[in-house]
Design a protein around this ligand. Structure first.
Ligand SMILES: [Zn+2]
Length: 145
């Protein structure tokens, strides 16, 4: 596997946007993850997760960010996306940190931009990897190859 790309200014800016979103909207048990994406046109959209009493109704922060982008711009692609998790109050010595997208979000990100780049944790640092690398053997209906 290729060595993952190091973060540049634009990736750090995206992490900062996701961090700001969850710092502003954190609610224990309800909003704990923030996300930010940059469209192909260079615009940044943020989201926070929507947890729900009925667990399966929960929506990930990445999906909320993507929804905001689609409403504003239509299909603008995803150049880069990142999610960060805000620790609950009881978690001592934890800070807001980059988390990997869940499996469902990997599918979603790929569907909206197969060339998207994703910022993921890499030891104590972060790395930028192509979505295809995070989703080998992506789901497809039999007839679509
Ligand atoms: Zn997810």
């Amino acid at each position: 596997m290729k060595r993952p790309a190091k973060l540049g200014k634009s990736e750090r800016e995206l992490i900062a946007a996701a961090t700001a979103a969850i710092k502003q909207r954190y609610r224990d048990d309800w909003q704990e993850v923030g996300a930010a994406l940059r469209t192909r046109s260079g615009k940044i959209f943020t989201g926070v997760n929507l947890d729900a009493y009925l667990g399966r109704m929960a929506v990930c922060a990445e999906a909320v960010a993507l929804g905001r982008a689609v409403v504003d711009l239509g299909d603008a692609g995803i150049e880069t996306i990142v999610a960060v998790r805000h620790p609950p109050p009881g978690e001592k010595d934890q800070t807001i940190a980059v988390v990997s997208p869940c499996g469902a979000c990997r599918e979603l990100i790929f569907d909206y931009d197969p060339q998207a780049r994703v910022i993921v944790p890499n030891g104590k640092a972060q790395a930028v990897v192509p979505i295809a690398e995070l989703l080998p053997n992506k789901y497809s209906r039999g007839s679509e190859g």
